[in-house]
Design a binder for this molecule. Structure first.
Ligand SMILES: *[C@@H]1O[C@H](CO)[C@@H](O)[C@H](O)[C@H]1NC(C)=O
Ligand SMILES: *[C@@H]1O[C@H](CO)[C@@H](O)[C@H](O)[C@H]1NC(C)=O
Ligand SMILES: *[C@@H]1O[C@H](CO)[C@@H](O)[C@H](O)[C@H]1NC(C)=O
Ligand SMILES: *[C@@H]1O[C@H](CO)[C@@H](O)[C@H](O)[C@H]1NC(C)=O
Length: 223
């Protein structure tokens, strides 16, 4: 093949391979748009979530990892934090949120999210350290898979409609420091198994219809 042909071939492949990645939205952005499609946003709070943007890093509620020294490109930054609190959002929990591989902090607080929270949709959220789902209308049992999230430090499920007992798995969070289950419809015996959480600094179980029982001595070593 003549050198000119080789050169043309090179440019063809170069542009062919480069164009899609430089013009289209990042994987994280696509997952966020998928999540948006699954929720109801009557106030248009997420109207700046646009598929024409190269990156979701400037979108309402979205924070990304800092640009690295080697690549300043916004498309190389991943979504690390989502604060969608108080935006009038409703619908079931959107599972694509947990497909953001580097998501460390997620707040959906003060919205009207409802329905049960399937254990399977939270399981992929393996980078989460902070999860705040407080002040929504989630129903059904507490998702037992939450305690499988290896890095979770902060969990606020207060002021929802969760019901049933606190799952046995809740005594196995590896590093949880803060847990609030205030103001739900949790019942059954008082969850004294939570005393096994050795890293816990703050626990609040107020306003739940647990069966009356004396405060277990095992919880008195929490300060
Ligand atoms: C984000 O917004 C800033 C300031 O408005 C702008 O300079 C930057 O180019 C935007 N980045 C992206 C990825 O849209
Ligand atoms: C939420 O909806 C209420 C009533 O529809 C409206 O008054 C309020 O401004 C909305 N809040 C936001 C953050 O959009
Ligand atoms: C949650 O509980 C409140 C208080 O009982 C009730 O008014 C509301 O309808 C419930 N919401 C859902 C989605 O079950
Ligand atoms: C637990 O939460 C309730 C309701 O928000 C609050 O009044 C109470 O002070 C909290 N208790 C502790 C120990 O933080």
């Amino acid at each position: 093949m003549a050198p000119l042909h080789l050169l043309l071939l090179f440019f063809f492949f170069f542009f062919h391979l480069r164009l899609p990645s430089s013009l289209s939205l990042t994987e994280d952005g696509l997952r966020l748009l998928e999540a948006k499609r699954l929720l109801s946003d009557p106030s248009g709070a997420l109207s700046d979530w646009q598929s024409s943007d190269p990156s979701p890093c400037n979108w309402t509620g979205v924070s990304c990892s800092p640009p690295s020294a080697t690549t300043a490109a916004s498309t190389a930054r991943s979504v690390t934090s989502l604060d969608l609190s108080n935006l009038n959002l409703s619908g079931p929990f959107p599972p694509p949120l947990c497909q953001l591989p580097n998501l460390a902090s997620l707040s959906l607080s003060l919205n009207s999210f409802s329905c049960a929270l399937p254990s399977s949709s939270l399981l992929p959220c393996s980078s989460l350290t902070h999860l705040d789902l407080s002040q929504n209308e989630f129903t059904g049992p507490l998702p037992s898979s939450l305690s499988s999230l290896p890095s979770l430090l902060y969990l606020d499920l207060s002021a929802n409609n969760f019901s049933g007992p606190v799952p046995p798995s809740f005594s196995r969070f590896p590093s949880l420091q803060y847990l609030s289950l205030v103001g739900n419809f949790l019942s059954g015996p008082f969850p004294s198994h939570l005393s096994a959480l050795s890293q816990l600094r703050e626990l609040n179980l107020s306003y739940n219809p647990f069966s009356p029982s004396p405060l277990p001595a095992s919880l008195s070593n929490l300060t």
